[in-house]
Ligand binder design. Sequence first.
Ligand code: DGJ
Length: 381
Amino acid sequence: MNRYFLLLFLGILCSCTTKNSRYTNFQPGQIWEDNNGQHINAHGGGILYHNDTYYWYGEHKIEGHKGNTAQVGVHVYSSKDLYNWVDEGIALEVDTLNVASDIARGCIIERPKVIYNQMTNKYIMWFHLELISHGYDAARSGVAISDSPIGPFTYLKSMRPNKGHWPLNVQEFHKKAVADTVKSAYCGGKECLPNHPDSLNLLGRDFEGGQMARDMNLFVDDDGKAYHLYSSEENSTLHIAELSEDYLSHTGNYVRVFPNRYMEAPSIMKTSGGKYYFIGSDCTSWNPNPARSASADHIFGPWTELGNPVIGTEDQKATTFKSQSTYILPVQGKKDAFIFMADRWQPNNAIDGRYIWLPIQFDNDRIILEWKDQWDLTVYN
Ligand code: DGJ
């Protein structure tokens, strides 16, 4: 009898241990369970590494098409090893009481990213915000703050970046008067823009009210300066904008990069040699497309496009493994070890979106992505 209980106890202990550290590798595209056995719910995510812990923030999705809107908020998970994640709950909750709130339930909160500000000892979250019932027209950036990496985050404000500031690489034609037809041409995608975006001067159109900001990311450089990258000018052109010392607003220093290239899903990394690399995507709604890559010696450019980083089958190259980038994760304690993080969206059942994590390889001056059914961090050894 005693022996029976001992075996039962050992069995329970063993299954608990397995559940908490069950993964020893990454399995891109598969269900990825958290410590409670639930598929991780942190889409369009990004990672903060702080005090020996990784924190994964992302869009909490619900079932069905409705899951493409924010019904819950931003979910956060923690991990020591990157394979096994503990559910830390909802870091930023949508406002369920005030329908007039910017972040009222049913708005769109996408691609949340969190960085730690050493000066203020605060955790700062930025995200792409679309106001309730306005589709993707608002194109705003939301900001929230917390004393703890797992929240709760307090919503502070939203804005269109860099109101009243010309980019450092502004061209003279941007400063000319903008036609009334262009002023009302908010249409949210390249299909709506019959002419070359330059001829519409979208930058000039939005000079007074602030620049459009949709797909976004944050990047903190070695000197502690943080940058906000966002798809602007009806998604036609990416902006890289410096944030203030407290990371809560823009300084007005920014550049336009990849003009008229319709880059979405932007992400930046920096190697030990000081080179910046960019991975992004084309602009095709929830449908996957060929990834883009680029490099630069300075964050503000000039940026040189390096083409599609994917090597593999025609389908893998055309669809980036049926996924779209969301973040480039530097692996701690390893030199020049970076993980490409991407989403395999499921817009008809948003909660079922899968995660594609792959190691970034270097080939001379290029970066390369190659499919792996499963892999672990020893690839960097
Ligand atoms: C592609 C973007 O990358 C996603 O974040 C989301 O905004 C979808 N478009 C919406 O169609």
